[in-house]
Design a protein around this ligand. Structure first.
Ligand SMILES: CC(=O)[C@@H](O)[C@H](O)COP(=O)(O)O
Ligand SMILES: NCC(=O)COP(=O)(O)O
Length: 241
């Protein structure tokens, strides 16, 4: 079974909605690890819409499992990664106006530019994962760059509208795993996975780690609601510890 990397971006989304100090993603990472997370993932976006530089620096010191820093392949982000030294870096595409990551990184069209970034990070002993679609040309480009990992983008699978399309997307992910593993690349996957659609992806041969965020943070907000209200009632009564 694959391991679970918990993406805590959207704890920071809630904090940034008020530009305050709570909820703290660093505290969320500790709780995620207590719950069994095998790794912590954060996406430091260029527009800093959720995770902040301070979060990544503190997480580097506090995460006890492994820290996966997702970032765009830009010189600013490479400099941050080289300074902070996460356990691995996942290069992802980024558009300022998008609501969430749309599609995988097109590494096949930028072998020289992205290959240089992969080499500089891996020379600094930071393994690189490339967040790509499960397409042969993209996987072969990742192999050319000698990236240690790929992360297969599961968004199309997650958004499939009917069973036939979901099966087609799952088959593409399975084929992607097969091609990558044959090329000596380790395989992770993520984006849009939920409690309801995760199992078939978890069963794919050779899948190492699933990075999951939004659905876990959403569920955490709901399963914690009753207790949070009870604690506020106690606080109003002056009875909170
Ligand atoms: C690359 C990826 O799938 C995650 O980083 C995801 O995008 C979560 O962050 P956002 O919600 O900011 O897109
Ligand atoms: N790389 C995918 C990720 O970290 C989490 O994506 P999501 O579960 O928030 O869609």
């Amino acid at each position: 079974m694959p391991t679970l990397g918990v993406n805590i971006d959207h704890i920071a989304t809630i904090r940034q909605a008020r530009r305050t100090v709570e909820p703290d993603p660093v505290a969320a990472a500790v709780l995620a690890e207590l719950g069994g997370a095998d790794g912590i993932t954060v996406h430091l976006r260029e527009d800093r819409r959720h995770i902040q530089d301070r979060d990544v620096r503190l997480l580097r010191q506090t995460v006890r499992t492994h820290l996966n820093l997702e970032c765009a392949p830009t010189s600013e982000m490479v400099a941050i990664a080289l300074d902070i030294k996460p356990d691995y870096v996942t290069l992802v595409p980024e558009k300022r106006e998008e609501v969430t990551t749309e599609g995988g990184l097109d590494v096949a069209s930028s072998i020289d530019r992205i290959g240089e970034i992969v080499t500089s990070l891996q020379n600094a002993l930071i393994p690189v994962s490339l967040f790509i679609d499960a397409e042969k040309a993209q996987i072969e480009a990742a192999a050319t760059m000698k990236a240690k990992f790929i992360e297969l983008h599961t968004g199309c699978y997650a958004e499939a509208k009917d069973e036939a399309s979901r099966e087609k997307e799952l088959a593409a992910l399975a084929k992607g795993c097969e091609i990558a593993i044959a090329a000596g690349i380790r395989v992770n996957a993520g984006h849009g996975l939920t409690y309801w659609n995760v199992y078939p992806v978890a069963c794919l041969e050779g899948m190492e780690e699933l990075n999951i965020g939004h659905t876990i943070i959403s569920r955490a907000a709901l399963v914690g609601m009753e207790r949070a209200v009870r604690e506020m009632k106690q606080a109003i009564r002056g009875a909170r510890d």
